[in-house]
Design a binder for this molecule. Structure first.
Ligand code: ATP
Ligand code: MG
Length: 343
């Protein structure tokens, strides 16, 4: 049975970008493949403080993160759906260390996300954890032999690193120890997309929407009040072209709104583009998208309020036992191969 795996870090409130780029594809894939694949949707809580956070909030954010998966539509009771916290499966950290020694400093240094985040003036402390996080991500994936990893476009370089490390390790020990995850092109096809998804910042649409962006107007948080979110859409940065067209290079703000409108209503992007083709009122488009986003948030938040902590605890108790079994099996195999355990 194949494994499909994804996780969303919970350092800050998740955004609409996370929802459309990671939650939604995974939930659709779970519905499509859940009968014959394992669906691992975990919370990468060890990734949460690669950049500085308020630790007093972390535990709550993790529990909420799990509620978000369920509110987004993941059927946590389905037998093949597994929800777990990375920190409760120690094999992730242990495999990370082993993989660190099979990852070159040069290849880790090439990660654009590290370069961007380490040079960001808002980031007051550049940790070794931030540098090392793609290797931990490789461990998250390789421990479970996951082949399909639904991700946003920003994570493809890290996925490529996981593939390279797996190939290198298998080659060195002349065994198929790790399943090599599918290539970027295959992942995109599997998600039924034409390109990797990149929802843009509302204030600087040439950049992606990021939950760690301190400018609250740049992003729709999943806990924004619907009317607050509408206002952010209404004041989104656009352009001076004056015609509605899908053109991410020259009109990224308008294109982003068209993209959000399509994804949130589960409509083909081409249909939404045709609806608005040639129209000139950016205000009308913003109002339509603002309404769609407000409706979506109201529904989502209502579902979220219905999920209690006890339900989450129960799911975790069961699924973390499963995750430890699977992950330890792989870790022990690796430990035997590298000489840490009797072969
Ligand atoms: P941070 O700013 O802390 O890095 P983030 O918003 O980039 O937060 P991540 O935790 O890094 O979120 O990523 C979680 C998942 O959400 C990944 O699969 C990532 O590809 C996806 N994702 C993040 N931002 C976007 C976006 N703007 N569009 C589409 N997918 C996104
Ligand atoms: Mg990110």
């Amino acid at each position: 049975m194949q494994t499909i795996l994804t996780g969303v870090r919970v350092n800050e409130e998740p955004t609409l970008g996370n929802f459309l780029g990671a939650y939604l594809p995974m939930i659709r894939l779970a519905a499509e493949h859940g009968a014959d694949s394992h669906i691992n949707m975990f919370i990468p809580d060890l990734h949460s403080f690669t950049t500085p956070i308020d630790h007093s909030k972390l535990y709550r954010q993790v529990i909420n993160g799990i509620k978000y998966y369920i509110a987004a539509g993941l059927d946590a009771t389905a037998p093949n759906v597994h929800i777990y916290r990375q920190s409760r499966v120690p094999a992730h950290s242990e495999l990370c260390w082993i993989l660190d020694c099979f990852t070159s400093f040069g290849e880790a240094s090439r990660m654009t996300q590290f370069k961007e985040k380490s040079s960001d003036s808002n980031n007051t402390f550049v940790s070794v954890g931030l540098f090392n996080y793609p290797v931990l991500m490789a461990a998250d994936i390789l421990l479970y032999d996951a082949y399909h990893i639904p991700l946003g476009e920003d994570q493809f370089q890290h996925l490529e690193l996981a593939r390279n490390v797996a190939i290198r390790f298998n080659h060195k020990f002349q065994q198929d120890v790790f399943t090599v995850p599918a290539s970027e092109a295959e992942q995109i096809k599997f998600m039924h997309l034409e390109n990797g998804l990149r929802i843009r910042s509302l204030t600087e649409p040439q950049k992606k929407m990021s939950k760690s962006n301190p400018n609250d107007k740049s992003k729709i948080n999943l806990n924004d009040r619907p009317e607050e979110a509408s206002k952010k859409i209404m004041s989104a940065t656009t352009d001076s072209v004056g015609t509605i067209r899908f053109d991410m290079i020259n009109q990224p703000g308008i294109s982003n709104l068209l993209q959000i409108e399509a994804l949130i209503n589960n409509r083909p992007l081409q249909d939404v583009i045709s609806d608005w083709a040639g129209q000139t009122s950016y205000g009308d488009l913003k109002r339509k998208v603002a309404d769609s986003v407000a409706h979506f948030l109201a529904d989502f938040q209502e579902r979220l309020a219905d999920i209690d902590d006890a339900t989450v605890e129960q799911i975790l108790a069961q699924d973390e036992t499963y995750a430890n079994e699977v992950a330890n099996r792989k870790l022990h195999q690796v430990q035997r191969i590298v000489g840490l355990r009797k072969a």
